[in-house]
Design a protein around this ligand. Structure first.
Ligand SMILES: [Zn+2]
Ligand SMILES: [Zn+2]
Length: 281
């Protein structure tokens, strides 16, 4: 696996860098509303050779004397991803340099990198921020009981992580966790799924987390959901509303599962409620 050159963009007072954590395999049969063959065809036509492989991105934000991470990648769990620390090191940044970590949601490809193999916090000086509903959900014993085996492993990871960082956990409230960075509640993928808007107006960036996993499949048809969406209906409504908004506002976006180059604009395609992505070079 190659370490890729990082890509940075100045957004107002902040320098935002996309840090790739690697790739993970996601079965095309996990999508609902499209058959596997059609999904594979779209991926191939988009120039993606491994049609079931998606990128995992994290973002580094530097400014106002702060070094901030958005999400932590997989930490190498299940032999996927885990490149974040190496990519940080290439920039001369150690885990102890991170002041805050904003978590979009608590799936393993977003929080897996918070603990080391001994189950201890990797980011010893960092405050961790996440949505109250996200904590509530993963701490709910009834939800744990109803989960699949794979889901139960996710619950266990979230609980171990929250416990290890218990003194450092902060919940988003009406205030910006960090001046100039606003949490944007985007529920559906998980109960507390949150994006972040950095800066204001024309010079702003929306990091939309897991709004899509397969951009070339889900943007042309935002009604297509994935098995990881906790509430498929809500995820669909959130996705459609957000896409409409980012097009209207010509909002620069970045995602955790958009490709490695990270930053992109979304455009309307010829059909109604259908979109396409254009990455910044
Ligand atoms: Zn997710
Ligand atoms: Zn994800």
């Amino acid at each position: 696996m190659n370490l890729l050159a990082s890509k940075s963009k100045q957004i107002g007072d902040f320098l935002v860098t996309v840090l790739n954590d690697g790739e993970m395999n996601v079965n095309l049969t996990f999508l609902s509303g499209i058959d596997e063959k059609s999904a594979a065809k779209i991926q191939t036509e988009a120039g993606i050779s491994n049609v079931e492989q998606i990128d995992i991105n994290c973002y580094l934000i530097q400014g106002h004397g702060q070094t901030i991470l958005i999400d932590s990648g997989t930490g190498g769990l299940n032999d996927t991803g885990g490149l974040l620390l190496k990519n940080l090191a290439r920039m001369g940044i150690t885990p102890n340099d991170i002041d805050s970590i904003l978590i979009t949601h608590a799936h393993p490809d977003h929080i897996g990198g918070l603990l080391n193999n001994e189950g201890e916090p990797i980011y010893k000086n960092a405050k961790i921020y996440l949505h109250a509903l996200e904590i509530e959900y993963w701490q709910n014993d009834q939800a744990l009981e109803q989960a699949t085996e794979r889901g139960k492993r996710n619950f266990s990871l979230v609980r171990r992580t929250l416990k290890a960082y218990s003194q450092k956990i902060n919940i988003f409230d009406k205030n910006e966790p960090i001046a100039g960075i606003s949490p944007i509640f985007l529920p559906g993928h998980t109960p507390g799924h949150t994006g972040f808007k950095i800066g204001k107006g024309e010079s702003s960036l929306l990091i939309w987390a897991d709004i899509v996993h397969f951009p070339h499949i889900q943007l042309p048809d935002p009604t297509i959901s994935i098995v990881f969406d906790y509430d498929k209906e809500q995820a669909k409504v959130t996705r459609q509303n957000l896409l409409e908004k980012v097009v209207k506002e010509r909002q620069l976006i970045a995602g955790m599962h958009t490709k490695k180059s990270g930053f992109a604009y979304i455009y309307n395609s010829d059909q109604q409620n259908s979109y396409k992505i254009s990455y910044l070079n």
